[in-house]
Design a protein around this ligand. Structure first.
Ligand SMILES: Cc1cc2nc3c(=O)[nH]c(=O)nc-3n(C[C@H](O)[C@H](O)[C@H](O)COP(=O)(O)OP(=O)(O)OC[C@H]3O[C@@H](n4cnc5c(N)ncnc54)[C@H](O)[C@@H]3O)c2cc1C
Length: 331
């Protein structure tokens, strides 16, 4: 048994979720008493692949071809199928990015396999990996076990594993530094039938919530866009960035770049305040690594309180003005 992580890069820049998946792979490898390797696809990809050399992996495959310069589902599927024949991994892990959503079902189906998508956690039972996924918007957790012959495919949800677990010691028997190996797949221009356009970007001035030390996020409890200035007063008093749960962004009350969660940004500030946010798993995965979490919610049973270090069970329309007043007085 062995594990292969397919890392994602675009124009030579890593997708940060790849490092979460890499950390998870090393975790799985340790618990399954096996080794983890990584692959990265692209053109002139050697220097980027070499960055993985110190990551305590058994091998790093630099999958190199001019037709992998820009992502296409056809070239990626062809290249990975050929790599899998050589590397022979038991489990192939991917970060659940938009790109992976695009080609992983195609890759798995081309081999007559299924892919377990969007796993949020795992455990090892009788030497077998059990991946946990969520159904019905996080209301039900299901266990997924692989059956049949390898390779088995899975993708991991953003924020489900912390990338800093890479700092943990190398698993027993792992080679260090990792061996970087060039792999040149056979791809011809006629194989490529579709080419994605440039990814759509809503805003030219993205807010980097990842760099903020304090984030105050607002959820559906705010009731109306006209009430958001109340939360902005609190962000000003705290010197915080404003974040939001997805319904606030979906309603167009705040821009996309402020969304925290599995389909927004993953953040880990010194303090994260969740105001009128219930604590759905898709929100939690984006902020649960924050050092201190404060929640304000009028429902004392709201799931957000399970991850909160400090909780105020109360009406935000009373609590927030009182907090703003207290903060202003203390200055
Ligand atoms: C594929 C997918 C991806 C998703 N990605 C994300 C994502 O990236 N980020 C994200 O946030 N969600 C995401 N979601 C949505 C997620 O499942 C939840 O629906 C969402 O997080 C709920 O937002 P909320 O907590 O603001 O709203 P609700 O769940 O409606 O919660 C509102 C909360 O406000 C409280 N409240 C109401 N009035 C008051 C008051 N006066 N004072 C205090 N508290 C009050 C309520 O008690 C309640 O707990 C995703 C869902 C899917 C299926």
């Amino acid at each position: 048994m062995s594990i292969l992580v397919v890392m994602e890069q675009r124009a030579g820049a890593w997708n940060r979720m790849s490092f979460e998946t890499l950390a998870a792979a090393r975790h799985f490898a340790r618990e399954l008493d096996t080794t983890a390797s990584a692959a990265v696809l692209g053109h002139s990809i050697g220097p980027l692949a070499a960055e993985l050399a110190p990551k305590h992996l058994e091998k790093v495959y630099a999958v190199e071809h001019a037709l992998l310069q820009d992502y296409t589902p056809d070239a990626y599927t062809i290249a990975l199928r050929q790599l899998l024949e050589v590397a022979q991994p038991s489990i192939v892990l991917f970060p659940q990015t938009y790109q992976v959503r695009d080609f992983l079902p195609k890759l798995a189906a081309s081999l007559g396999k299924m892919a377990v998508s969007d796993a949020i956690s795992h455990r090892v039972e009788d030497g077998q990996l059990v991946l946990v996924r969520q159904l019905f918007q996080g209301k039900v957790n299901v266990d997924s076990r692989f059956a049949g012959d390898a390779p088995h495919f899975a993708s991991l949800q953003a924020g489900a594993y912390a990338p800093d677990q890479l700092a943990a010691p190398a698993p027993e028997g792992a080679v260090h530094p990792s061996l970087v190996e060039k792999f040149v797949p056979r791809i011809s221009p006629a194989d490529i039938r579709t080419r994605p356009l440039e990814p759509f970007r809503e805003s030219q001035h993205l807010v980097d919530l990842g760099a903020a030390e304090i984030i105050v996020s607002v959820g559906r409890g705010i009731k109306d866009a006209g009430n958001i200035p109340l939360i902005e007063k609190l962000t000003q008093a705290l010197g915080a960035e404003l974040g939001a749960s997805r319904p606030i962004v979906d309603a167009g009350w705040l821009p996309n770049e402020r969304q925290v969660g599995s389909s927004g940004q993953t953040v880990a500030p010194k303090m994260y305040m969740a105001i009128g946010i219930s604590g759905a798993i898709q929100h939690l995965v984006g902020m649960k690594a924050s050092r201190t979490i404060v929640a304000i919610n009028r429902d004392p049973d709201a799931p957000i309180f399970e991850v909160a270090d400090y909780g105020i069970a109360g009406d935000l329309f009373q609590v927030v003005p009182a907090l703003v007043e207290a903060l202003q007085k203390s200055k």
